[in-house]
Design a protein around this ligand. Structure first.
Ligand code: FES
Length: 79
């Protein structure tokens, strides 16, 4: 049985502008549980992802998957 990865994605204004909402949708599409986070006061490095006790600066889908040790793609239809 695999353990589901829970990822926090900042939905603060700066991270939204830099793709936080799209990243959250992509991570959900990959089967990760996504939590909505408020501004993490790291706006310079947006978008911000929190994974366990780690912060991922300028997060992308690829960087988050690598950090979560959950590589692999699922096919997802856009909403
Ligand atoms: S808006 Fe995301 S860290 Fe500030």
């Amino acid at each position: 049985m695999s353990k589901q990865v829970v990822v926090g994605v900042c939905h603060g204004p700066r991270c939204r502008d830099y793709g936080g909402l799209t990243l959250a949708a992509q991570l959900k599409c990959q089967g990760m549980a996504v939590e909505t986070l408020g501004c993490q006061s790291l706006c310079t490095y947006s978008p911000i992802v929190r994974l366990h006790d780690r912060i991922i600066h300028r997060a992308t889908l690829e960087r988050t998957e690598t950090a979560a040790d959950a590589p692999g793609r699922r096919y997802c239809l856009p909403d």
